[in-house]
Design a protein. Sequence first.
Length: 182
Amino acid sequence: MAHQLRQNYGAAPADARRAGVLALLYPIEARLHLLFIQRTSPANDRHAGQISFPGGSAEPADNSPAETALRETEEEVGVFRDSVELLGGLSDLYIPVSNFLVHPYVGFRPERPEFKVQETEVARTLELPLQDFLHPSARQLRDKELMGGLRLTKVPHWIVKEEAIWGATAMMVAEMLALLEQ
């Protein structure tokens, strides 16, 4: 899924905004889970209501994209940055619709976090079992209607626990799973 979709994305322009996101893994009842958030739906937000990893825009005080991902995760869901072990980064991904160059990271916590959600940005948290993404039925092609009425056909999605994950986040999940399978 990652390779197929990424080949259609061009290089990031020099004025692309930088962002960092965190794919956070942690156990619940001895099964690894992956944390996602559903974004709130403010007017004119091109990513309103979408399911994504916690993260966001780089700030001048951030020393690295990894620091951005950890800071934003702490701000959005209350997971303290010093409680996360960074395992590594995934491929950077340019998002043309919002002009973001996203730097994704994978992190681990040995225990389930307690969340304190920033309600202005996060509608809800989703804790999805990592193993469920490995089931063949989790990978689906679906049509997707975007803001402004644009309709895309046969868009790759992950469907886990009836949650639909698509777009850049789906590509990041695909890359992470491919790396874990190696």
